[in-house]
Ligand binder design. Sequence first.
Ligand SMILES: [Cu+2]
Length: 213
Amino acid sequence: MRTLLLASLLAVTALPAAAAAAAAGPGRVEGRVELAVEGLAPTDVWPLVAYLERADGRAGPVPEQPAVLRQDHARFDPGFMIVTAGQRIDMPNEDAIYHNVFSYSRPNDFDLGIYPRGESRSVRLEHPGFVEVYCSIHENMNAGILVAPTPWHTIVAGDGSFAIDRVPPGRYRLRVWAWELPETVRPLEVRPDTAASVALTIGAGPGARDSGP
Ligand SMILES: [Cu+2]
């Protein structure tokens, strides 16, 4: 009887600790990007991307959900997207005419060939970096894909603000990328259930100035 009572007491007292451990959820990174170039707003260098890479260089988990790059009205839709390295990208042709999808951006270069309406082909871009996508039939068809090393990435809003949610606690490097601007890097730590706040200035030349805390 006494043993039973003790056991049930232990079970009760053990609960709050277990509940606290289970509640230690992912953190969040939020921030604001400013441009060091006078007269230029973030919208002028759009797309502007913020993404995290792990401090130890390990790749992040690859989303099972494929990204989708459509061909419609002789355009790629969307014209710019972010994917995680290794994530499947479906490229359905939803147009009335044949299209092709290819890229010369090494080491992510690929060529899916020419295919008709209703057909979809897929590619996985395994290497972080920027990939330019074209159609061999229509010279003005193009799209950009930023391949991030982890699934923790986002497109920066027109006012320079961004937020990356559901980030597992740990050490990271935040990178802010824009076409033809030097990439800005900031180490940061994400703590459980906490938002890390960052302010960055980009475009100040190689080794871009950093308005860090
Ligand atoms: Cu085409």
